[in-house]
Design a binder for this molecule. Structure first.
Ligand code: CA
Length: 243
């Protein structure tokens, strides 16, 4: 799978140079010219790595970095700084940058760092994969599975950065599935947990809601990556397979 790298850099010559060299090395490259655009693209495309300039129009690199980490987006970040920038390395690393480089740098140096950071992040992604709900700094719960991010307290869900629309029951069902990730749930179980039916009700209502959920979060509802049908049993929410 090709890794995608987001370059957030307002100096056109540097952005172009990085883009050229990264593409030559086989990466997909996205370019943003200011901090706001960088943030938007990072949330929308969830790149594998971000090269983030420190001094940027609209929002500086530190703010972008902080904002991404607040949203629990753990994409590795290499901060690009100029010699004269008053960059506090310790603070930068505390805010969530993984590494930093001081300009001017050679393309070869950048590629070596990119490779090293990507290698490290692969290892930590595998370790982090089996976690359920995260807790944000303000105590709010959040789920992140693949491209899906759900904030149950806010009745909000995003898929690849785009807001989704649900009925309250669909949302409740989604959160219940997330809470029971990787577990097979029967239609009766779902009916009793989400609809509070304590008798054998019509389970078709479950199927209808599942199909609405799939319409929103599956690229192809016939080949779902997240909400799997377990024949003869019910449904299971899974982490989508990478590669
Ligand atoms: Ca700059």
């Amino acid at each position: 799978m090709t890794n995608t790298i987001l370059v957030v850099e307002d100096e056109l010559s540097i952005a172009t140079l990085l883009q050229y060299n990264l593409k030559q090395a086989g990466y997909d490259v996205l370019i943003a010219n200011d901090g706001e655009d960088g943030l938007q693209q990072a949330m929308k495309h969830l790149p594998d790595l971000i090269l983030l300039d420190l001094m940027l129009p609209k929002r500086d690199g530190m703010e972008v970095c902080k904002e991404l980490r607040l949203h629990k987006i753990e994409t590795p970040i290499i901060m690009l700084t100029a010699k004269d920038d008053e960059f506090d390395k310790v603070l930068g690393l505390e805010l969530g940058a993984d590494d930093y480089m001081t300009k001017p740098f050679s393309p070869r140096e950048v590629l070596a760092r990119v490779k090293a950071v990507l290698r490290r992040s692969k290892v930590s992604t595998i370790i982090a994969m089996n976690t359920g709900a995260d807790t944000l700094e303000n105590g709010e719960k959040m789920y992140r599975v693949g491209d899906l991010v759900v904030y149950p307290d806010r009745f909000e869900a995003l898929f690849a950065g785009e807001a989704l629309e649900f009925t309250p029951k669909e949302f409740e069902l989604l959160v219940y599935l997330l809470d029971n990730k990787n577990r097979v749930l029967t239609r009766d179980q779902l009916l009793s947990a989400v609809w509070h039916y304590d008798f054998a009700g019509d389970t078709r209502i479950v199927d209808v809601h599942i199909s609405h959920l799939r319409d929103q979060i599956e690229e192809n509802s016939r080949k779902p990556k997240y909400i799997k049908t377990i024949r003869g049993l019910g449904y299971k929410f899974e982490e989508p397979k990478q590669l």
